[in-house]
Design a protein around this ligand. Structure first.
Ligand code: TXA
Ligand code: MG
Length: 339
């Protein structure tokens, strides 16, 4: 199959929409990461997403909408708090899990009775949903297990020959996937996957917000998890990533003592460089780090890195999302350094 690159102009988005209506999969830009979009109500189309990604079929897809009232078609009931959260954070990088309606097939929900719903803010994503006239199921557009794609090139590298078209929407602004939340039986909000809409942001709307234990701890592959995506190895570059938690001087000393061929560092800025060790930086603020993390993980692969020592990011705000992703790319390997 030839993979065509479409522009974000009206005519091209219309071509993408006709592909979606014909039951095909299209690469779609969003404000977080690129997605692989197909008609969420069409089982055969959704199966093609799982095939293109090589994704396990019990890992549910998020359904994307372009107007709030589409929720009523997708969810069988809407928690009271979801209205307040939607008012504050939609359109934007927040996915809310609700009981699914009969219109959403079990293929889309990974066999669950619930569905994750997201109203993205990216204009091209909204145009594509509108023109398709369908809610769009869209996981991140990477091969299963690889870092999520934040540029057109990342999507092309992973999906060339696997899907008919990708829409070029430029680089994704946020860089990490949406915050995924569910509602506990007593109405409290549970963060299953941290993102740009932070724990602190959610506390601005309700005082009962919990961070699921799967966000920061490794779960057993057989454990019953709140979000199936949490049990799979994620965001893995080919290199062995190791997070070093400590001061800059302790970091430098540690890397100096164990550097070999193929050792690289992932730093916040140039001042942390270790003599004789190549490195990439991904910024001082959590926003910058979120924007660049996946790009840098892919670059290390291209550079042939064998081991990457990473500085330990802050867990505040969107930093919790950065930490959650890098922790998974490191297979939970964090070394606490003595200062
Ligand atoms: O920003 C995003 O959310 C991107 C863009 C394309 O919108 N999409 C994305 O989808 O990251 P995906 O499939 O790569 O990640 C969705 C995560 C998975 O970990 C999945 O297990 C979880 O959300 N999820 C989806 N539906 C769920 C449900 N009904 N219950 C629990 N977890 C769910
Ligand atoms: Mg993903």
């Amino acid at each position: 199959m030839n993979t065509v690159i479409l522009s974000s102009k009206d005519d091209d988005v219309s071509i993408a929409a006709s592909l979606i209506r014909a039951g095909e999969v299209v690469g779609m830009p969003t404000e977080t990461v690129y997605g692989l979009a197909a008609d969420a109500t069409n089982e055969e189309a959704v199966k093609k997403i799982f095939e293109a990604k090589g994704r396990p079929c019990d890992n549910p897809l998020i359904v994307h909408i372009c107007r709030f009232d589409m929720v009523y078609d997708i969810a069988s009931s809407v928690p009271e708090l979801a209205y307040k959260l939607a008012e504050k954070f939609w359109p934007g990088p927040l996915t809310m899990i609700m009981p699914k309606s009969d219109k959403i097939p079990y293929v889309t929900s990974g066999g669950l009775d619930t569905v994750g719903i997201r109203f993205p803010s990216h204009k091209v994503a909204l145009d594509l949903i509108e023109k398709s006239g369908k809610p769009l199921a869209a996981p991140s557009a990477n091969l299963s297990g690889s870092p999520s794609p934040t540029t057109l090139r990342h999507v092309f590298d992973d999906m060339n020959g696997r899907i008919p078209a990708i829409i070029d929407g430029g680089d994704c602004e946020v860089g990490v996937e949406s915050t995924v939340i569910s509602f506990d039986a007593d109405g409290a909000v549970r963060i299953l996957r941290p993102g740009k809409i932070s724990y602190e942001d959610l506390l601005g709307v309700t005082d009962r917000v919990y961070i699921d234990k799967g966000v920061l701890a490794q779960l057993d592959i057989n454990a019953k998890v709140a979000s199936p995506g949490m049990k799979y190895k994620h965001y893995s570059p080919k290199a062995n990533v190791i997070i070093l938690d400590g001061s800059v001087s302790a970091f430098k000393e540690y890397v100096c003592n164990c550097k070999t061929d193929g050792t690289y560092c992932l730093l916040f800025d140039d001042s942390e460089a270790v003599d004789g060790v190549d490195y990439l930086t991904y910024g001082i603020t959590s926003e910058e780090q979120a924007h660049l993390l996946f790009e840098r993980l892919r670059e290390f692969d291209e550079m042939g890195a064998k081991t990457v020592y990473a500085r330990c990011p802050s867990k505040d705000g969107v930093g919790l999302a950065v930490y959650n992703r890098i922790l998974r790319s490191a297979g939970f390997n964090v070394i606490k350094l003595d200062d």
